[in-house]
Design a protein around this ligand. Sequence first.
Ligand SMILES: Cc1cc2nc3c(=O)[nH]c(=O)nc-3n(C[C@H](O)[C@H](O)[C@H](O)COP(=O)(O)OP(=O)(O)OC[C@H]3O[C@@H](n4cnc5c(N)ncnc54)[C@H](O)[C@@H]3O)c2cc1C
Length: 393
Amino acid sequence: MRDRYDVVIVGGGLSGSSTAYFLGANPDFRGRVLVVERDPTYANAPSAKATGGIRQQFSTPENIRIGLFGAHFAKNVDEYLAVDGESTGVVFREQGYLLLATSAALPILQANHRTQLAEGADIVFLRPAEIAERFPWVRTDGLEGGFFGQRNEGWVDPYAFLQAFRRKARALGADYVEDRAVDVVTAGGRVTAVRLERGGLVECGAMLDAAGASGGRAVGRMLGVDLPVESRLRTTFVWECREDVSRGPLTVLPSGVAWRPEGRTCIGNLSPPPERDPERFDHEIDHDEFERDIWPLLAEWIPPFEALKVTGAWCCHYDFNTLDENAILGLLPGYDNAYVALGFSGHGMQQSPAVGRALSELIVHGEYRSLDLGRFGYARVATGEGIHESNCW
Ligand SMILES: Cc1cc2nc3c(=O)[nH]c(=O)nc-3n(C[C@H](O)[C@H](O)[C@H](O)COP(=O)(O)OP(=O)(O)OC[C@H]3O[C@@H](n4cnc5c(N)ncnc54)[C@H](O)[C@@H]3O)c2cc1C
């Protein structure tokens, strides 16, 4: 590790590693990048433990465009991230997302569908009979239909995706160091150095706060900025059932339970209601949650899940943006070289390719060039006028 870098990235998860990769791949950038990651095992990082879903079924045009680039990137991942011709091993399982609609949700989902089509997403509306034919394990009485992404939606293994970004970023010259950023030095609206717990002061030309749910807000505070992001615990359960649903899509039930096949098993989770969703930093799994809150909702719409066996569970945290559940991207207020990528609230994995590309452009060129993500800037936090994304669950 040197004592000066052009860009210091705090947090080596998907946001930080994607930005490091896109900086290294930008022919106009000739600087040095340091990624500071306090836990390179990623034992508790959502970047390693997400569901892995990539979709375009959002209501915000920018989120749809980001999702389209995420799918393109995942499909062509080896063209971006292979090192010396060696495949990344990342597989995009293009099995779609299926959002089941009752009459209550139909008008909103229909409006969102129109926006998705206008943005070029390939989402179709399936009537109950079509759902029954394609996905016979879904109960369709009581349903108005479902919205299905027949192309460009599915999932990847997030850990493999993260490792591929890291490996390529390093191959392009980025240094990774196992350490914790504990403070910053600023002068005249600029960050001049980042202090590491073990490594001491590292001077920098620019810095990025990509420290996620566990550290992003604290890094913001070091810069005197209060970011409206809380750490919210989410538990993913794993179960088996007798019926083979392995060809199924990532399915979102009317209750908000989201599940998908993982080989011959299934994984799924449910975001608790706001009154039972405080900020938390622990990793305690509530093993009763599945039977109490999730199983009845699963069995209601997926009859084969009436008889199932839970075989595992893990937990990690959303970096939950309390203003609007959307990313906060770009320059931090009062600085011309301190950037942030935080607040993804459950969709930061699929957004990491577009976010890394966008931030690298902002850092190198001072503007977004591929996709204008200016709407996700901090300015909306200052005014309190969030972006309403209605396809969050
Ligand atoms: C249960 C669950 C399911 C999800 N499913 C999906 C999904 O299907 N699709 C999707 O797109 N997204 C999903 N997400 C969201 C996605 O995982 C996150 O938005 C994304 O991984 C955020 O990446 P990140 O790099 O910004 O943050 P993180 O993954 O949190 O990485 C931040 C890193 O910063 C490090 N760090 C923190 N503080 C410091 C410090 N002071 N110094 C040095 N290092 C520090 C941490 O150790 C961590 O490794 C899910 C999340 C959860 C919890």
